[in-house]
Design a protein around this ligand. Structure first.
Ligand code: T4K
Length: 380
């Protein structure tokens, strides 16, 4: 077996597709002329309007990052006590609850979609529960109808962490239409990015008003502060970048769809590994392309594949291992005890996020597949 040639430069899991620098410079010139750098400037207002349109949201509020957006969403919806969430996510999801003095209660995930399992939520609801924080992990939608139904029945609030779900639709319905609020992250590693940044989408205009106040220190006017707010504002440089990135986002998604098809056609035939598929009726955000390495059926485990690929200069990521419930700050919680979250524990052992961004050429994707195939046949 001849080993494939390693890449000369490292291949990472994500890479922002940067628009032409000249387009950004033109926007910067507008900002320079105005001498207006933040606090709802012209770029900010233009981006907010454009994203309401693009995301099919009733209302939207821009933020300096997705984590602060989630912190503010919890505060705006007056969540407290306990909130039921998923352990299979980025640390920020659980941390935003802690930052609000809320106890995260971890529910197991669905074995296929890897999103929070509604059947696991219901038994965890107590008199202390105030909300559900679901994550559209990898852009795969949560079981939104059932979760929203549970919330109505038990009088709970629902926030969706849609950090990965920019542009996801369910049967044509924009993902922002579900729950009380949905967060989007615009970090540099995301399909749509503003370097750091994020947004909350919501249907209720009163909630939008409260969120806008909370992200701006609670300031109503020069002499009136009505809420104990924080600084969560997106600045003009971020918003300007967002406006030019938005113009290319459909092309980026289309290219990623092609790349995913190559990965699928090459890798799904290898014994014991498979790509996580898009659920029927779902239009994917194409944020991540994730492999599952079957702990029983595959010739090697996820961790050895991850290590061996590094020898080819390919740096995959184990999003999301370890589980939030395994962090030292949460593992003492009753809901975090080993064995209570079997689907999440298995997923965390099996998943591997592959390099996935528009600038990858077909040849590079084929070479990544060659390396995976080689490792799976005992090479590397
Ligand atoms: N909820 C969920 C479900 C999330 O996934 C996230 C963030 C959040 C909430 C919080 O949203 P934000 O507050 O971040 O808006 C990265 C991102 O930093 C993080 O935003 C993202 N999720 C997470 C899944 O991925 P790391 O620690 O893996 O990032 P890092 O620096 O290792 O970058 C990954 C790869 O991307 C690097 O190997 C190289 C490449 N890269 C990275 C940067 C920063 C670039 O090519 N260019 C860059 O500028 O967390």
């Amino acid at each position: 077996m001849v080993p494939p040639r390693p890449f000369d430069a490292p291949i990472y899991v994500a890479r922002p597709t940067l628009p032409p620098l000249g387009d950004y410079v033109a926007r910067l010139e507008e900002i320079w002329k105005s001498a207006w750098l933040t606090n709802q400037g012209a770029q900010h207002e233009e981006l907010e309007r454009a994203l309401v349109q693009y995301l099919g949201a009733r209302h939207l509020s821009l933020f300096n990052n997705g984590t602060i957006a989630l912190i503010v969403a919890c505060r705006a919806l007056r969540l407290g006590g306990e909130v039921i969430t998923t352990p299979f996510t980025f640390p920020a999801t659980a941390h935003v609850l802690s930052w609000n003095g809320i106890t995260p209660v971890f529910a197991d995930i669905d074995a296929e979609t890897l999103t929070i399992d509604p059947d696991a939520i219901e038994p965890l609801i107590t008199s202390e529960t105030t909300g559900i924080l679901g994550v559209h992990v990898y852009g795969t939608p949560c079981a939104v109808e059932r979760i929203d139904g549970l919330a109505r029945y038990y009088g709970l609030r629902v926030i969706y962490d849609g950090a990965h779900a920019f542009g996801t639709r369910i049967s044509g319905i924009p993902i922002a239409s579900f729950g009380d609020a949905t967060m989007f992250s615009f970090h540099a590693t995301k399909l749509f990015f503003t370097a750091e940044g994020g947004a909350l989408a919501m249907a209720d205009p009163a909630l939008k008003q409260r969120i806008d106040l909370l992200k701006n220190f609670g300031i109503k006017d020069e002499e009136t502060v009505v809420l104990a707010g924080i600084n969560g504002k997106m600045n003009e440089l971020q918003a300007a970048l967002g406006l030019i990135v938005l113009a290319q986002v459909d092309a980026e998604r289309a290219r990623r769809t092609e790349i995913a098809a190559i990965y699928r056609s090459r890798l799904n035939s290898i014994e014991g590994i498979r790509l996580i598929a898009t659920s029927p009726g779902v239009e994917s955000s194409q944020q991540y392309c994730v492999l599952r390495v079957d702990t029983v059926g595959a010739s090697l485990c996820r961790d050895s594949l991850y290590e061996r690929l590094k020898r080819f200069n390919i740096f995959t990521r184990k999003y999301f291992h370890p589980l939030c419930s395994q962090f030292s700050c949460y593992r003492q919680l009753p809901s975090a005890q080993p064995g209570r979250l079997p689907n999440a524990e298995r997923a965390a052992r099996e998943v591997l996020s592959l390099p996935f961004y528009g600038a990858l050429s077909n040849d590079e994707v084929q070479r990544i597949c060659d390396a995976i195939e080689y490792c799976c046949r005992g090479g590397g």
